[in-house]
Write a protein that binds this ligand. Sequence first.
Ligand code: 6LW
Length: 519
Amino acid sequence: MKMKKNGLQKFKNPIISGYNPDPSICRVGDDFYLVNSTFEFYPGVPVYHSKNLVNWELVNYCLKNKEQLYLEGVRPSGGIYAPMLCYHNGEFFMTTTNVTYKGHMIVHTKDIYGEWSAPVWIDQEGIDPTLLFDGEDVYFASTSTDENGKAGIFMCKINPYTGEKLSESVCISHGCGGICPEGPHIYKLNGKYYLLLAEGGTEYGHMVTMQRADSVFGPYEPCPHNPILSHRDNPDGSISCTGHADLEMDQNGNWWLVCLGIRPSCTPQRGLKLHHLGRETFLSPVVWDEDGWPVVGNTGRIALEMEGPLPGDEIQPVKRDFEDDFSEEKFSLHYNWIRNPHMENYVRDTENRQLVLKGTEVTLNDRDTPTWIGIRQKEFKVQADVTVSLVPNGQNTAGKRAGLCAFYNQDYHYEIYLTEEDGQYKVCLAKHIHDMFAKTAEAVVTSLENIRFRIIGDELNYEFWYSEDGENYKKLGNGSTAGLATEGTMDMSFTGTYIGMFAEGVEGHFKAFSVKVEP
Ligand code: 6LW
């Protein structure tokens, strides 16, 4: 299958920036849909839509209620792992794993922009489920381990509507030699079954391998030029950890790969391999060689700028800025919450164009659901602004907090906030890194009302500023992005930074929230 002659267009990676890992893509006509994993964040499994594979719009989430997405008390980076999205006979199916609660699930819908079904649960161990519709049969595969504890890809026949297993789970592959064979997807092409895997672990040894067989149960033979994609030996360092991919053919017969990758915030030149934006979604053209094996990108590597025979409309400028003046009733789809939110604590007061956050005793440091709402940080260079008021409402505001934060998870966050201490109104900067949580700077202010907070970020640093009059800003302090890096977390984590608003123990009123980024 050769690449059909279409105009080649340049495009920039990542196509979906910020914490959007483990992408899975499917096409219906000339519409492309893509989903990502979401761990302890709510709602679960975002659905992005595109017609040209470069301009993506967040249009829905698959998991939007507690039956689909039970996250109570989930550990950081617990909850929802890798998803898979496919379309069959007028219906969309999404399978994923809640590693903290009940494991593999499948939901389905006829309207990808609407509500998804209640989940059905599958009695198979492991993570990274995938589905293959093959004639009358539906196959379910995921990672798991054999009786000797050896990792592999296990598959069974399944009823996708009930989750009932229709055959025993059997191991179809132990991978192509890398550790952690995972992220399986199976494609039936020209009468053969192709098994795409992630191997090497999702860190700097990550890679994508391909195998194929005449039977869906194998035996599978490896692609002679495996790994078909990896940046493990890539000296360039602008993109690392590429892996966990999915393939799709466009309406012109050209093939594409989406995968996760990271943009290191501390470049190898600094001798550090750290990232804080999370694992992002990247795109690459794919061609098939004369032996019927896929060749990805620049012979197995991708780049921040690539070109290919993109389908659909001309590429439009990619917009990643966000602002909310709280004049609309509805929350933007870009907002996320931590675990299952108590929505009564989030009031959009459109009359006064403000968001009222009702703080509880739960803090940002707790493995619980603080009154916090955030959007993914989508680029290194960021300026976030919001006006904050701490509103007593007859309550004692001493020690209570409301403010703006750069948030990775409960153990890794920096926040600038309003509080009252020793009878004084203060703006403070606090940092939580590992098991250390401390206030690192403070300044006395004359009021608890309408203080303007600003976070300015780049690859290496966050700066925290405040203004009492909305014009003259004073810098309160800095926070190194290294402190929020995935590589540095004391427990394995898979997420990325958010810019968030929060309140603890008291009401916070927020106005004119904006997060502007520079690619
Ligand atoms: C994902 C799996 C993985 O399910 O990390 O390291 C998990 N590999 O493919 C979370 O992204």
